[in-house]
Design a protein around this ligand. Sequence first.
Ligand code: K7E
Ligand code: CUA
Length: 655
Amino acid sequence: MKKITNFIAVFALAAIFTSCNQNDEGEKSGAMASSAAEKVYVSPGEHDEYYAFLSGGYSGNLTVYGLPSGRMLKEIPVFSQFPTNGYGYSEETKDMLKTSFGMVPWGDSHHPDISQTNGEIDGRWIFINENNTPRIARISLETFETEEIIEIPHSAGNHSSSYVTENTEYVVAGTRFSVPYPQRDMPIDEMKGNFKGPLTFIAVDDDGHMEIDFQVDMPGFNYDLSHPGRGESHGWFFFTTYNTEESHTMQEVNASQNDKDFIAAVNWKKISEYVENGGGEIMDAEYVHNVFDHDTQTTISTTKNEVLKVDPRDIPGAVFFMPTPKSPHGCDVDPSGEYIIGNGKLSSDLTVHSFSKMLDAIDNEEFDGDAYGIPVLKFESTLAGTVKDAGLGPLHTEFDDKGNAYTTFFISSEVVKWKVGSWEVLDRQPSYYSVGHLMISGGNSRKPDGKYMISLNKITKDRYLPTGPELEHSAQLFDISGDKMELLLDFPTHGEPHYAAAIKADKIKENSKKIYRLDENNHKYAALNEGETKMVREGNEVHVYMTTVRSHFAPDNLEGIHVGDKVYFHVTNLEQDFDVPHGFAVIGANTSELLIMPGQTKTITWEPKKPGVWPFYCTDFCSALHQEMQGYIRVSAEGANTPMKWGLDDEYTSN
Ligand code: K7E
Ligand code: CUA
């Protein structure tokens, strides 16, 4: 045990040294020394060549950047409430954050992955996982809005997620923290052999809708990261594991005892056929599935009560373990689908498995025992090669279009380029500092785009002006088109950018939606013109059907509301021009504003606490007369008999 503690201590020390040493050298050899500025300069009014989607980590969101400029284009709210536009606060969107634990207003997002067709990213949707309250979200790349969130039952630490298969047949969600399956009250120190690590396969239909197809009941290891097979290995999915020791305490030591953990190879095609033929067992579950319905512009939230569980031991040939040294983190598959790379984070080497050797080893039954009934393949039988002494603490690998791989090393704080097949190291560049993931556009597909790579760094320190103790993380853009990687640009990210995905801008920009059509607005409380505006009282609830257009609300004077009422302002933006949102805020509301896109209806609730005449206004500077875009609500005391009336320009209606 002592040895391992020392080993970790040395690595931690190395991280401190590398962090402090590299800056001087970096400044000389970096951006200044070359034509880097030209390569990242996107002149005013010009568009970037790529969209990059960076996970927002503990912000729960996804941020959109243009590459090569590094300009931030948008923050897309996913798992967290977002007062900027009212996501998660408005009546229409708050149920997107519903879970079996109730409303969870925050999330920890990790791995965005773009949908694929024939193994190439297609720009229809982007998926992202939430680690803490296990969920997968789907975001439309037409609207750049979260359209669907599905909770993953029986999971804990939804980390080896949300990677998609070659034709987006499945998006996958694995369990990082093994847990009782199903959950139950039991002593923690009886974990070994009793906890499980279910892997969930979520089917995606042609419209993008997700449904859990089946859950694979796996031994109680930690399933850390995953990637799909492609080409020849299409039909398989690979997961790294750690803590095969199944320790329940002081894991920094106790989960590092085994020299090798496993990469689990899962033949999902085989399991999918088994399930189609009636295999598997229905198991109780409780999870919530939220879909944003475009027709009614409202979230439909459904609680589901069962899931199909499959025991891999019932399906011969479905699951195998490949021993992989040193608590592997990243699990990456090269563009051909032949090589599976295990990034052993406590090692300086990378272990590369061969898919074809794996198939031969399975045929020839070259097993080294089993783990809970799942065959363990002999290490030498699947080994394709080792990238030797590449750096310290390998985490993640991506690929370019020229047969090269790029691996991040957290401890030695660098990105190392190596040749797939010969396993020789070709180049190394420091990253500032302590890189986690890296990203190459299409790097998780058959056709990566070998122009840019970004390294997503954990430690920022002196890279930017100090902003107190809390710094944003840093991303670094490299040109990887030549033999040597060339650092072009640093830019700050938002939250922790665990992973990212990028796509050529022309694959999505033509489809980007500009407005919501009013004639397609079937929101229950929409007013599609000013003639339809009204107030409707139902007991102490008042529904206000309101419209906005430059530069007034209709109605803009409202009376007959009393303390104790609950007022719903349903605000429809009548604009049908690109980029003319209106906002809505009212004094004393215990929620965020609304930001309403052209053609949309959004709802805010307001419970007036004091009698008076209270103003509301538009929050988005929409026209020269934006400051005039305001109105008044008269609030009377509880029990007063002020009649309800509403109007615009002194023309009142009442009922
Ligand atoms: Cu390595 Cu969550 Cu993908 Cu962060 S994980 S680095
Ligand atoms: Cu509408 Cu400002």
